[in-house]
Design a protein around this ligand. Sequence first.
Ligand code: NAD
Ligand code: DAU
Length: 356
Amino acid sequence: MILVTGGAGFIGSNFVLDWIEATGEPVLNLDALTYAGNLRNLASLQGDPRHVFVQGDICDRPLLDRLFAEHRPRAVLHFAAESHVDRSIHGPGAFMRTNVEGTFTLLEAARQHWSALPADKKAAFRFHHVSTDEVYGSLAPDAPAFTETHAYEPNSPYSASKAASDHLVRAWHHTYGLPVVTSNCSNNYGPYHFPEKLIPLLIVNALAGKPLPVYGDGRQVRDWLYVGDHCSAIRAVLAKGRLGETYNIGGWNEQANIDIVHTVCKLLDELRPDPAGPYKRLITFVADRPGHDRRYAIDARKIERELGWRPAETFASGIRKTVQWYLANADWVADVQSGGYRDWMAQNYATRAPGA
Ligand code: NAD
Ligand code: DAU
């Protein structure tokens, strides 16, 4: 059995589904079910004994100790985090608590469990920390992509909290010998992506005839990877990654935000034409994100060379699948657009009126 934290969120739930299908190995899924966690993502596993769900907080040490003692997982896959940069600007406290204190608490519980294991199980144990390319900061337009040795230069409260968690994981390996691996991935997209993030927000707003908010000049660059490819990369790192190493994960797919917006609009024009006219009429330039990183790009040669991993999707195939998934899952979208979602939309976009 493996312990997955944050397995009801976007990437975590995709990972749990992918893992059980690919390996059949049971998952103990610990998730606090914050606004970003949704058990509907895991509906297809209802009644499946290979999925054990526990609602709880990674900062809760007694709970972690109980779960380790009872289920004796052979590995920890740590996804749980506060993950939205804009929310970290409005309220950084939750990011420090979950991403820093939560990772510390989980490391300590894992260390206690691991220390008492017999030698063979001790050697086989893994703590896989799921992190982000944002810890490296922002790239100039012509700078080479981030390698694993790029300096840490986090710029937002979110990326600073993730950088802190990466450092804790590194230190627990160097000081205590905990068998860790860390992966730093670029922007994901795909099914179950919460519609506060750019791609799902574009899809759900377009379908509702609402403005498509583009921060600043829309020329910021992100490196997009289909979520299923992130899951296969994590499986590869867990199985074959060298202890104490970090692996960058990305699909060599840099795109300016405004180009992403046009791609989504064109796909919707094809798949769900709007009698009112092309969706690009809804594009609205709004006030920029404070401290907005200009460009991220991942150099994925290490994971390709050492572990033989390659993404299966191109951006064209992945974004088409994604738009089709949102069109086929209007009930999921309606479900996550609860009162809390509407409050966040009002808070984040009220101060971003066009020209603000
Ligand atoms: P998400 O916000 O969709 O999901 C986070 C999950 O963690 C939710 O289910 C939430 O309920 C749970 N959670 C939050 N606080 C918790 C706590 N204190 N205890 C237990 N559970 C808690 O995030 P995501 O986009 O799926 O990201 C997952 C991980 O991948 C994060 O660590 C993130 O930093 C990293 N990452 C994300 C991306 C991306 O593009 N989304 C890219 C690279 C890395
Ligand atoms: O790079 C990996 C990171 O990608 C992850 O670590 C984060 O958890 C994840 O949220 C994501 O961060 P970004 O800030 O890049 O993602 P987001 O979808 O919020 O924004 C993508 C780009 O689109 C970014 O340049 C900001 C811009 N944007 C975003 C929103 C929500 C807009 O122009 N308009 C919007 O309304």
